[in-house]
Design a protein around this ligand. Structure first.
Ligand SMILES: [Zn+2]
Length: 123
């Protein structure tokens, strides 16, 4: 797991192929705050793919912090979370709607698909 995310890491590709299957039109690598993974075409909606550990997915087993190095991890992870909130706030100010797709949800995408459908089809 690298802190610096490269373009087209796997979960992002998986999200894009799900959206493609759903017939959703989108752009990737948008120049917006936080570099959303997907920007829907023709609307102000963005989707982020978040790794459960680095972005602290609530109540997710993949987000558990190793107890042995809590003092090392906690400040790092808290900073990530704060940065996410700041980015989301900035995007909302620009009148973007935001959906977060968690990495663990991409493994079993059925529920995610219905969330994506609601998000993409809402006016
Ligand atoms: Zn998760």
């Amino acid at each position: 797991m690298a802190l610096v995310r490269s373009k087209d890491t796997k979960p992002e590709l998986r999200l894009r192929s799900i959206l493609g299957d759903m017939g959703v039109r989108f752009q990737s690598h948008a120049k917006l705050p936080g570099k959303p993974d997907v920007v829907l075409e023709g609307s102000r909606k963005v989707i982020f793919v978040h790794g459960c550990f680095w972005h602290r997915h609530p109540r997710c087993k993949n987000a558990r912090v190793p107890k042995s190095r809590l003092d090392f991890w906690l400040p790092k992870l808290t900073a990530n979370r704060k940065r996410d909130f700041a980015i989301h706030r900035e995007l909302r100010k620009m009148e973007y709607e935001i959906l977060v797709a968690w990495e663990c949800q991409l493994a079993k995408p059925n529920r995610l698909k219905s969330r994506l459908r609601r998000f993409t089809e809402a006016p």
